[in-house]
Design a protein around this ligand. Structure first.
Ligand code: HQG
Length: 209
């Protein structure tokens, strides 16, 4: 059963796509709640007795009740603040305001309902030195996630890589991949997704930022 909350189009970027706003600062409470929401909405909804629908959505009333029952009481207004101030716009609220989902990053199976769209000529992937030998060998693979995550800016890729150490940025020849038939998707928070990136489409030179 799909609730059809998603609103991406095949013609262009998702309607709500916007540049992530890294300058906004979350309070510690909001940060902790935001991390917990990511955990529940991407990986372990059953941890607080929730079930996501096929599109990854959960009714907000159910979410707030479940959070309350698990010692993380949260008002609707506060949830709205967390969603609005999430530095990478990690969550989406449905157009009718009744449901919420994570925009991407799931390990549970969900159907985000994204349509393939033409990527920019070049996309970027932030990583760290220790993964390079394997990446040179087998390209970028999705691991635990549903897709390989790519950014349309070098600056964003640097931030992604920095989560793991001194960041390196690899360039992905997305245009050539697209011409070769690889599909790309763009989430509402402007993360570019693809199934894998074989090494011949990667540029390893001048990788540091
Ligand atoms: C590396 C965050 C060895 C890859 C970020 C990365 C992003 C390989 C790690 C989102 C490899 C996977 C995703 C290969 C790739 N051999 N290592 N063949 N291919 N890797 O976290 O892209 O905060 O699953 O370079 O901002 O780092 O969660 O992916 O270092 O958008 O919203 O394996 O997660 O967003 O790590 O990050 P991840 P990622 P959130």
């Amino acid at each position: 059963m799909r609730r059809g909350h998603g609103a991406t189009t095949a013609q262009g970027l998702p309607p709500n796509a916007q540049k992530p706003r890294y300058r906004q600062v979350l309070t510690n409470r909001h940060l902790s709640l935001s991390k917990f929401l990511s955990f529940v909405l991407r990986h372990r909804p059953e941890e607080i007795g929730l079930k996501l629908d096929d599109g990854g959505w959960v009714p907000i009333v159910e979410l707030l009740t479940a959070l309350d029952e698990h010692g993380r009481k949260l008002a609707r207004t506060e949830l709205d603040e967390i969603v609005a101030s999430s530095d990478k716009q990690r969550f989406a609220i449905s157009a009718d305001g009744t449901a919420i989902r994570a925009n991407q990053g799931h390990s549970v199976h969900v159907e985000l309902g994204l349509s393939p769209i033409a990527p920019p000529a070049v996309l970027f992937h932030g990583t760290v030195e220790r993964f390079l030998p394997a990446i040179r060998r087998e390209g970028l693979v999705k691991g635990e996630r549903h897709h390989v995550h790519l950014s349309d800016s070098r600056a964003l890729a640097l931030l992604v890589g920095r989560r793991r150490g001194d960041p390196l940025v690899l360039e992905v020849d997305a245009r050539r991949m697209s011409e070769a038939g690889f599909e790309f998707f763009c989430t509402e928070n402007r993360v570019w997704l693809t199934d894998r990136v074989p090494p011949e489409y990667l540029t390893f030179g001048a990788t540091t930022g």
